[in-house]
Design a protein around this ligand. Structure first.
Ligand code: PAF
Length: 286
């Protein structure tokens, strides 16, 4: 049910813990860094179907940004985020300050290791999963959700969080939500707002290439995927403004590269479009 009064964001973990005592389960969590778009709203609507309380956390987490990245310029729109989240079915907004989650003296991090984080985002952004796991772990401890929803666009993040939940014995169900796309196929992302009009025109090429790859594999499942990934990388690098960071076929569970189609493959891509780094992926399954 939607209410006519605006949600007042909960600003501290202490307040959230106090309020949490009176919430009825199931509690659904949609963790975000704000700058909400339709992709986030679909996650919130999905959570609202199943939860008594839908908590949307809005926190631009500094520990998952490297010094040369876009922490300072990351888009912020708290007032409209709250309004949009509430309309989509959020019943609680948790929007803490940095000092609330990382007070002076903070010194304990959750550092994932092993094959899931060795490549892809883990290699290109070595700080990233430590920051994500630390903040997600804290959100889980504070909010104690019954379930939490993560977008499949961040496919490696989803798998790393699943692994953390299993390794650290969280009793929280992790739900994956399919990537929400613009009409031309570009995966929705808060970072799309960095693209200028020319970059915005070429950015959908990433998804078109993923679709092209899926079609090629459906026609010729036995071909060598390493060779195909090299061809697709060269093709994309030839487009104006695009510079591929990685493009690889991986096993959708282990995230290890595969050279043969095994029936459960994810094609993952990360690319700079101009100065903006975008990621996308496509599951190719039989
Ligand atoms: O995917 C994101 O927006 C962030 O990595 C998350 C999960 C909210 C953690 O800061």
């Amino acid at each position: 049910m939607t209410s006519s009064t605006s949600l007042v964001p909960i600003k501290t973990s202490k307040d959230l813990r106090l309020l949490r005592q009176d919430w009825r389960n199931p509690v659904g969590l949609v963790p975000t860094m704000g700058a909400l778009h339709e992709g986030h709203l679909q996650l919130i609507r999905h959570a609202a179907h199943y939860a008594e309380e839908v908590v949307v956390s809005i926190f631009v987490n500094p520990t998952q940004f490297a010094a040369n990245e876009d922490l300072e310029s990351y888009p912020k729109s708290l007032a409209s985020d709250i309004e949009m989240a509430q309309l989509a079915g959020a019943t609680q907004i948790f929007a803490p300050n940095v000092t609330d989650l990382y007070p002076n003296g903070f010194s304990t991090y959750v550092v994932p290791s092993g094959p899931l984080v060795e490549r892809w985002e883990g290699r290109s952004r070595p700080h990233f999963f430590r920051g994500v796991c630390t903040v997600v772990c804290k959100l889980f401890q504070i909010i104690q959700p019954t379930f939490a929803i993560f977008g499949q666009k961040d496919f490696q993040q989803l798998q790393v969080v699943r692994q953390m939940v299993s390794d650290l014995d969280f009793q929280i169900e992790i739900q994956a939500f399919p990537t929400v796309r613009e009409e031309d196929g570009l995966a929705m992302s808060s970072r799309n707002s960095y693209l200028d009009s020319e970059e915005r025109k070429v950015a959908p090429l990433l998804y078109k290439t993923l679709q092209q790859a899926a079609a090629i594999i459906q026609n010729k499942p036995k071909q060598n995927l390493e060779v195909l990934s090299q061809t697709l990388t060269s093709q994309l690098n030839a487009a104006p403004q695009i510079k591929i960071d990685y493009l690889s076929f991986v096993d959708a569970e282990s995230l290890q590269p595969v050279s043969q189609f095994n029936g459960n493959v994810c094609l993952m891509v990360a690319a700079f479009v101009g100065n903006t780094r975008l990621i996308d992926n496509l599951l190719i399954q039989t």
